[in-house]
Write a protein that binds this ligand. Structure first.
Ligand code: HPA
Length: 271
């Protein structure tokens, strides 16, 4: 069984040396998963945008990716993504561990429970109308703690709180949209964190994400044009820190789950 999955965002396409590609057919479409050793154990890695960044955020098959990890028996997912800073204190290059999100996507399929597809989680059939809870923790507290401890041990600066706002994309936001997101309480903005985090919760998989600030969001750093190249440039400068952080957090994530994520489906399991 593979216990941990990592989903890499923009700029993180290869993580595992000598990995083996496993193509997994899920009820929601195919997913490409790379299996290999990382952080001292076998993990499953999915480059969210494909190996050559060919899949834009709105075309990522989030359901196939998360379900494929579920089929492998993955219980914990660490995701990474590039974000713009809504909060001006988060300068480019900062690593943020969001504690909550606001989903402003518009056209994405955000649930496994469509009333038709049979969902199996660790051998148990899930029946009926399912409404999972995103409280008391939006992201898994055990993975977040492991990431904070790993950052401490490695001397990597990490901001351990932040509200992630997810937009549909594909364009960057307007300054007015960013002002609105700031008033709503957003700190960082990206295009891939949703519905991924909630889909993991829908299968009772622990999920946390690490965000790399690659730019000030529209209007935050003055009237500058935003480019995808700058996103990739800043991300590539932080890639080594990110990789070290992920590897050592894996060694700190407890084998037994004590968090509430594992019980997300308790009331919906067909006995
Ligand atoms: N907006 C949305 N997504 C992003 C940004 C941004 O400014 N930077 C990196 N991903």
């Amino acid at each position: 069984m593979v216990r941990i999955g990592i989903i890499g965002g923009s700029g993180l396409y290869h993580l595992v040396e000598n990995s083996k590609l496993k193509k997994i057919d899920t009820p929601f479409g195919p997913a490409n998963v790379y299996l290999g050793m990382f952080g001292g154990e076998e993990i499953a890695f999915i480059p969210r945008h494909g190996e050559k960044h060919e899949i834009p955020p709105f075309k990522v098959n989030y359901k196939a990716n998360i379900y494929a990890l579920n089929m492998l028996g993955v219980e914990r997912i660490i995701a990474s993504n590039a974000v713009g800073a809504i909060n001006p204190e988060l300068m480019p290059g900062t690593i943020v561990l969001p504690h909550d999100f606001i989903d402003l996507t518009k056209c994405r399929d955000g649930t496994f429970y469509n009333g038709k597809t049979e969902i199996i989680v660790r051998g148990r059939r899930i029946k009926g109308v399912v409404h999972i809870s995103m409280t008391p923790y939006t992201y898994c507290p055990e993975i977040r703690s492991a990431l904070m401890s790993a950052a401490n041990q490695l001397g990597i600066h990490l901001v351990d709180k932040g509200v992630y706002v997810c937009t549909e994309g594909n364009r960057f936001e307007t300054p007015a949209e960013i002002r609105a997101m700031s008033i709503m309480g957003g700190d960082i903005v990206g295009m891939t964190g949703c519905p991924e985090a909630a889909l993991a919760r829908e299968l009772a998989i622990c999920y946390a994400s690490v965000s790399i600030v690659t730019n000030y969001a529209a209007g935050v750093g003055g009237e500058k044009k935003l480019t995808h190249q700058e996103v990739l440039d800043i991300f590539s400068r932080k890639l080594e820190d990110l990789s070290r952080l992920l590897a050592s957090s894996i060694t700190l994530i407890p084998r037994e789950r004590s968090c509430v994520c594992k019980d997300a489906l308790a009331e919906f399991i067909d006995h």
